[in-house]
Design a protein around this ligand. Structure first.
Ligand SMILES: *Cc1c(COP(=O)(O)O)cnc(C)c1O
Length: 375
């Protein structure tokens, strides 16, 4: 089956006893046992919940994977993957990444004994030449946050595997609609389902997806043993979002192209970062491994940080807010908002950078809003 058919049907068959077309939200913490230790579905809802199982089934299907494990946030999914490592091992991550992942690696797992090396993962020669023994995991985001850099997943997987390391891809920005990293050779996919998968800015969630049975079992164990599970209503909301992912993503991209065309010609915009632009440094790799370029756009405005602040405070439709991937357009200044924790590090971003999550409103209204805000 094709993508949107799977998004709407996989894991979501009509409910057996009533025929309800939606997966029920199973609000239960425990399950009656038929006799001691004999259970119908599970013994306790931290371990298993049918609504969560349905979400995990559709997530696995969309990533062309065997296993998906849902979490209460993107960061708890990241946490579970990092917990599969041992103290003393190293993680290589990019110069351009979600600030929270960097913060977890350094401020949480640093004292636990993980070492983090920062390398521009879109530069494969740099990855090879700066490789340190003991690197067990390469952590890539593509498109990355906030510069929308592209990492060649197949080439990086080969390079990591040749050195005995696993490749994790945070697929939050692309979603499985635009790219399936596991089919390109990655070992693990991580998601913040809070973003495009949920799609309506009404839920926080995360997921780990893989074909590696041993790793999946460990992550499933961590979901149970550490306990960062998503509630059943949250699982339902993510699943409802997933059902329209294809149509939403098409519109996000169409609108992003209109916004990019407008901003590229604007006198007060120094540079537009969008993987669909031929001028983007990794455009060829993006065109090779993605079926579209997504709905995220970053721009550097002239006039520095003060002008960036002025710009984002004057939009009327684009809401000044962190996060991304919802139906409504959002705008933010990474240096003082989402990426504040990277200040003074190799991941620091310039103050004149503005990140836009282009929503699915009418493109003409979005362009007009940006025009008046920049005027
Ligand atoms: C938001 C985000 C996360 C963290 O997810 P939460 O759901 O906020 O915990 C991780 N990676 C990327 C790329 C994100 O955008």
């Amino acid at each position: 089956m094709h993508f949107s058919t799977r998004a709407i049907h996989d894991g979501q068959e009509p409910e057996a006893t009533t025929g309800a077309v939606n997966v029920p939200v199973f609000l239960t913490s425990t399950y009656a046992q038929e006799s001691v230790g004999v259970v119908k579905f599970a013994d306790y809802a931290r371990g298993d919940n049918p609504t969560r199982a349905a979400l995990e089934a559709v997530l696995a299907s969309l990533e062309d994977a065997e296993f998906a494990v849902a979490f209460s946030s993107g960061l708890s999914a990241v946490d579970a993957v990092l917990r599969t490592l041992q103290p003393g091992q190293r993680v290589m991550m990019s110069t351009d990444a979600y600030g929270g992942t960097y913060r977890m690696l350094t401020n949480v797992f640093g004292s636990w004994g993980l070492r983090t090396d920062i390398v521009d993962l879109s530069d494969l020669e740099a990855v090879a030449s700066s490789w340190v023994d003991g690197t067990a995991m390469v952590w890539a985001e593509t498109p990355s946050n906030p510069f929308l850099r592209i990492v060649d997943i197949a080439a990086l997987a080969e390079l990591a595997h040749a050195r005995g390391a696993q490749l994790v891809v945070d697929n939050t920005f692309a979603t499985p609609y635009l790219q399936t990293p596991l089919t390109l050779g990655a070992d693990v996919v991580v998601h913040s389902t809070t973003k495009y998968l949920g799609g309506h800015s009404d839920v926080i969630g995360g997921a780990v997806v893989t074909n590696d049975a041993v790793l999946a079992e460990r992550v499933k164990f961590l979901q149970y043993a550490v306990g960062a599970i998503p509630g059943p209503l949250d699982c339902y909301l993510v699943m409802r979002g997933i059902r329209t992912l294809g149509v939403r993503m098409d519109r996000h991209q169409e609108n992003a192209e209109r916004v990019v065309a407008f901003l590229s010609g604007h006198v007060d915009v120094e540079r537009v970062w969008y993987p669909g632009l031929a001028s983007h440094p990794n455009h060829d790799v993006a065109a090779k491994q993605m079926s579209g370029f997504g709905g995220m756009v970053s721009v550097e405005v002239s006039g520095g940080a003060a002008r960036a602040k002025w710009f984002v405070e004057r939009t009327r439709l684009f809401t000044l807010a962190e996060s991304l991937g919802g139906v409504e357009s959002l705008i933010e200044v990474p240096a003082s908002m989402t990426h504040l924790s990277t200040g003074g590090t190799l991941l620091e971003v310039p103050g004149n950078l503005v990140r836009l999550s282009v929503g699915i409103e009418d493109a003409a209204d979005l362009v007009e809003d940006l025009r008046q805000a920049l005027a």
